[in-house]
Design a protein around this ligand. Structure first.
Ligand SMILES: Nc1nc2c(c(=O)[nH]1)N[C@H]1C(S)=C(S)[C@@H](COP(=O)(O)OP(=O)(O)OC[C@H]3O[C@@H](n4cnc5c(=O)[nH]c(N)nc54)[C@H](O)[C@@H]3O)O[C@H]1N2
Ligand SMILES: Nc1nc2c(c(=O)[nH]1)N[C@H]1C(S)=C(S)[C@@H](COP(=O)(O)OP(=O)(O)OC[C@H]3O[C@@H](n4cnc5c(=O)[nH]c(N)nc54)[C@H](O)[C@@H]3O)O[C@H]1N2
Ligand code: SF4
Ligand SMILES: [Mo]
Length: 728
């Protein structure tokens, strides 16, 4: 390769024989640029790309072990099918598998209507994959049943931005980190989940010690190491805290009344509601000391340069998900700290292409270009672009994730095609998910690995090419699009996801409309569909992206994106004004009772990725934590009569999982924590046996962060999981 290879061969002579190329990390939404060194189709070395604006050369352990990941055992090698009940999965040809799928989808849709079929997909797909899937389902099969694991992840951010600002887009850039003097991290454990951005914040703090960092998390996480103030909030009470902060800002006269008058609506009601409670009430509801609430508000209000907020699943995965998002945005609107250097509400995306999914229409309410299914003009635009009759796109939203598996369980959806996600580990209330998959007439699982907990239940398994085995685009948390290049050949018979879907579409009679030969053909059609939208990238090409990644919008080379959206302070609502949205504090809806006295929080650890299909097979990554655990405060351990290392059942109103106790002083009494990663293939029952499928009424994102549970020692003789015997 060009510039990169020569620089690196000079710097490190031992690497000179490798062939170097640029790539992007397939794990978290930071979207780090990588340099990969390969020889004879083997990736031997990974480095951070110093020229990529997301990471400036840094990477974390997950990115650094991608070479090992490519060699991890258990890759899906060829298509497999199970022909009858009780049969095992057996190798088949691509033609036989694709013929079978297309016939079955066609006959099911003909007999039971379009909504008897559904796609359940993933923020780990490329934008090109997303586009082809959406086109087939929403344009040609005429079902809007395309939902994604992003529903479990980013849906509340989508509805938060859309309701507050009128459009779904994080307005800021990573470069705002170095410009901020107050950074508010709420419901995010950046040290473990967005490690490179955490490093950027840490370095900024080291250079500028007066930068104030506030972390809001019920747990004392690794992220708290850089915090000047940690607010150990009670789980699920963020709305109370955010309202309390606004209350104090108003009282301290630290709101920007001129900004509010010119650029927002809804302030009158907001101020009235907020002022109706005293700061003490908000502090009590959220379980933080009044002095800490006052201190946090004075730092936010007193920021001289910039006030920047980061949040992720601690706010989104809640039955109050949208309210939580509105609550953070309210603080930025009230202080006028938005779309200015160093300032803004910045929701971090989890998966590498969660943003691309939102852009290409990857939820059951969306169409490409962030169009909305409920909007007649948006449907008409896509009907014309896709060359389908007016009225062909159904106006009604498809099933969202929780509802989708319910629909499979009760027979409304008969065929479900699951791509790049492992719902038998990652969905809440797993017994319902297994019930659904057992009931379906056909489950197709398309994954880079087999077996997974989901693929082993499916009668059809299709092998997908992953990461550097295929080409396409991804968008990171700061709206930056990178081109992922194909640098090695796919494993076995694996194929790129979009190609597999294209080939099924062609078999169903849509040859002409799915005429794509390359991923670039798909990209060209997709980018044309964004013309005139807020995320217009019609000026972008693979050729341009080979030079460097770019932020959207990018309507032309002459009009590249600026670092911040809404710089003219005209927001996405029709009148250009942002909206204040007030929500009162409400409880989490899974009552804590003497039978279920503890609150279970689930989340992530630094060296594992979700359901472990990749990271669970890499020795270096298992070194820090090799098995699942339940963190408990010493007081709760005593109350439950359990010791460190002891095996316990954790039981909620939905179900139980088994794990080992770990002592954790950094947890408030009453709160316990388990990582989400370990599942049946890694030797233990998953936390999602217990989690709550209740969801936010607006975003439909389920509650993974609050389950009332009890903890019982296994030594009490219970070999089987305890039953729900609540009488209180
Ligand atoms: N190492 C690693 N990194 C990852 C991933 C991974 O699997 N492993 N996954 C990626 C993905 S898809 C995602 S979505 C992100 C998730 O990134 P994060 O959201 O940062 O990760 P989580 O651990 O799920 O949850 C974050 C924090 O929310 C806190 N929390 C729980 N309940 C509450 C509450 O009521 N209020 C507040 N304020 N906080 C609460 C938890 O204690 C936890 O520390 O990470 C991405 N990065
Ligand atoms: N309890 C609890 N549960 C949670 C969460 C939580 O915080 N707590 N978080 C939720 C969130 S935010 C998320 S994002 C989900 C994640 O949950 P999942 O999406 O189920 O997790 P992954 O393990 O990332 O699954 C991705 C799958 O895609 C496969 N794969 C990788 N690359 C490719 C590819 O290129 N093509 C194809 N076809 N397959 C590929 C992988 O092998 C893996 O099986 O979990 C959710 N579940
Ligand atoms: S921070 Fe995220 S994107 Fe960067 S190397 Fe680590 S996992 Fe990959
Ligand atoms: Mo996520």
């Amino acid at each position: 390769m060009d510039f990169v290879q020569s620089t690196f061969s000079k710097e490190e002579p031992s690497d000179a024989h490798l062939q170097w190329s640029r790539s992007v990390c397939p794990y978290c939404g930071v979207g780090c640029g990588l340099l990969i060194g390969q020889e004879k189709n083997q990736i031997l070395k990974i480095k951070g790309d110093p020229q990529h604006p997301a990471n400036l050369g840094m990477i974390c352990a997950k990115g650094g072990t991608l070479g090992e990941m490519m060699k991890a055992p258990g890759r899906a090698e060829f298509p497999m099918m199970r022909t009858g009940a009780g049969e095992t999965l057996a190798r088949t040809s691509w033609d036989a598998a694709l013929d079978h799928i297309s016939e079955k989808i066609k006959s099911t849709v003909a007999a039971h209507g379009p909504d008897s079929f559904a796609f359940y997909i993933s923020g780990q797909l490329l934008s090109e994959d997303y586009y082809v899937i959406n086109k087939l389902a929403k344009g040609f099969l005429r079902t809007n049943n395309v939902d994604s694991n992003s529903r479990l992840c980013m849906a509340s951010a989508v509805s938060g931005y859309t309701t507050s600002l009128g459009a779904d887009a994080p307005p800021g850039s990573y470069a705002d980190i170095e410009l901020a003097d107050c950074i508010f991290i709420i419901g995010a454990n950046m040290a473990e989940c967005h490690p490179v951005l955490y490093q950027r914040i840490r370095q900024h703090k080291l250079k500028n010690p007066r930068t104030r960092i506030i972390v809001v998390d019920p747990r004392r996480t690794l992220t708290c190491e850089i915090a000047d103030l940690h607010l150990a909030i009670l789980p699920g009470t963020d709305v109370a805290l955010l309202n309390g902060l606004l209350r104090v800002l108003i009282e301290n006269k630290q709101v920007d009344r001129e900004f509010i008058a010119r650029h927002t609506q809804g302030w009158g009601e907001m101020e009235r509601e907020i002022m109706s409670e005293a700061p003490e009430i908000y502090a009590n509801q959220s379980g933080v000391a009044l002095a800490d609430l006052l201190k946090a508000a004075s730092w936010i209000g007193g920021a001289a340069k910039g006030f920047l907020s980061f949040w992720t699943m601690g706010l989104n995965q809640s039955i109050h998900g949208t309210a939580n998002n509105n609550g953070v945005i309210n603080l930025h609107l009230a202080t006028g700290r938005i779309s200015k250097p160093g300032s803004g509400p910045f929701s971090l995306t989890g998966q590498p292409n969660a943003m691309g999914g939102r852009e290409t229409g990857g939820l059951s309410t969306l169409l490409p270009g962030q169009r909305r299914l409920g909007n007649a003009a948006h449907r008409a635009e896509m009907e014309s672009l896709w060359g389908i009759p007016a009225g062909a796109i159904a106006p009604k939203a498809g099933y969202h994730a929780v509802e989708l598996f319910d629909a499979v369980a009760d027979g409304r959806v008969k065929v479900v095609w699951i791509i790049a996600t492992n719902p038998v580990v990652s969905m809440p209330n797993l017994s319902r998910i297994r019930e659904a998959l057992a009931k379906a007439e056909l489950v197709i699982v398309q994954d880079a690995y087999h077996p997974t907990e989901t693929s082993r239940l499916a009668p059809v398994v299709l092998p997908a090419a992953q990461w550097a085995e295929r080409e396409g685009t991804v968008t990171n948390s700061e709206r930056r699009i990178s081109l992922l290049k194909k640098t090695v050949e796919p494993f076995g018979e694996a194929r790129p996801d979009w190609q597999i879907v294209r080939d099924v579409a062609r078999r169903m009679g849509f040859e002409k409309d799915f005429d794509f030969q390359t991923s670039e053909d798909v990209f060209r059609e997709y980018k044309a569909s964004t013309k005139g939208t807020r995320l217009d990238i019609s000026g972008l090409s693979y050729e341009r992206l080979r030079m460097s990644p770019v932020q959207w919008p990018f309507p032309s080379e002459q009009a590249p994106a600026s670092k911040r959206l809404y710089e003219n302070l005209s927001f996405g609502h029709a009148d250009g004004k942002a909206k204040f949205l007030f929500h009162p504090y409400r409880d989490a809806g899974d009552p804590v009772t003497p039978h279920y006295p503890l609150v279970l929080i689930t989340g992530r650890i630094r060296d594992q990725w979700h359901t472990m299909t990749r990271t669970g097979k890499i020795r270096q990554l298992l070194a820090s934590q090799s098995e699942s655990f339940l963190e408990m405060n010493p007081e709760d351990m005593k109350a439950c009569s359990v010791k460190p290392g002891e095996e316990v059942w954790v039981t909620s109103r939905r179900g139980s999982y088994k794990t080992k106790v770990r002592r954790q002083e950094g947890l408030n009494p009453g709160v316990v924590f388990s990582p989400m990663h370990w599942g049946a293939l890694f030797g233990t029952a998953n936390v999602n046996e217990s989690t709550n499928p209740a969801f936010c009424p607006t975003s439909k994102q389920p509650e993974f962060k609050f389950s009332a549970v009890r903890v019982t020692p296994r030594s009490f003789g219970a070999l089987r999981a305890p039953q729900d015997d609540e009488h209180d």
